[in-house]
Design a protein around this ligand. Structure first.
Ligand code: ATP
Length: 224
């Protein structure tokens, strides 16, 4: 059997708020297998973003074990965590965080150049991804010239550009109206499936969660 792309064991995280300790994650266990798309459901404040930040190796302060494709991350130093993020992960957030002075194509090209891919290859990959997302006619547009749904699709293409084994998405369509959200999520899932990546998608929308392969729920700091 193949190895999980991410494995969490007894993950805990608490915050101090006004002298009070709030235990947000109280021992989360989760394995995601290659190509599996998992919805992370939970109401506002249940700890979805906190959990994605842990898996994304973006913040410290956690205890427990996190392995990315078999690589222990909880003991890794900052340089190793950066390498793990670059080699295995792609990120999509609720707000697109695209570079405003670059067009759609270039926003998807840049992370590939940083990863060492030659520019002609990176441009081809960028155009293929954007075309697959229905943006073949928007390659030269800057973020300010795109609609919210189009901006979010560029962010999806950017997240997939370096063929991550795992895409982490935090309310990826949370900023869009319902119809656009449904459409963009459908395109996101089709592309992730086509690429064979796994994904962990935080949402509080039950209907969107049902489109994924598996649903896990955060409740009182534990997954159920
Ligand atoms: N840096 C921080 N300092 C103190 N408390 C924090 C911090 N980050 C998160 N929290 C607390 O942890 C809890 C979980 O927050 P988190 O953002 O992970 O929830 P969420 O499920 O993603 O919510 P939403 O759906 O509203 O984004 C909240 O009570 C929040 O106030």
């Amino acid at each position: 059997m193949s190895e999980p792309v991410v494995s969490l064991k007894s993950l805990t995280r608490s915050f101090q708020q006004g002298g009070v300790t709030i235990e947000v994650l109280r021992g989360v266990d989760l394995d995601i297998m290659p190509g599996e798309i998992v919805a992370l459901l939970g109401p506002s404040g249940s700890g979805k973003s906190t959990m994605l930040q842990a898996v994304g190796l973006l913040e410290g302060g956690f205890s427990g074990k996190i392995a990315l494709a078999g690589n222990a991350a909880e003991t890794a130093n900052s340089a190793e965590r950066t390498r793990l993020r670059r080699d295995y992960l792609g990120f999509v957030y609720q707000f697109h965080h695209l570079l405003p002075d670059f067009d759609a194509r270039e926003n998807v090209v840049l992370p590939q150049l940083i990863a060492g891919r030659p520019r002609p290859e990176a441009e081809l990959r960028s155009e293929e991804l954007l075309t697959a997302l229905g943006l073949g006619h928007r390659l030269d547009h800057r973020p300010s010239q795109l609609s919210g749904g189009e901006q979010q699709r560029v962010a999806v293409a950017r997240a997939l550009a370096n063929r991550p084994q795992l895409v982490l998405a935090d309310e990826p369509t949370g900023n869009l109206d319902e119809a656009t959200s449904e459409k963009v999520l459908g395109q996101f899932l089709a592309l992730v499936r086509g690429e064979g990546s796994a994904a962990l998608v935080a949402t509080h929308n039950e209907r969107l969660a049902r489109k994924m392969d598996r649903v896990v729920r955060l409740h009182e700091g534990l997954l159920e």
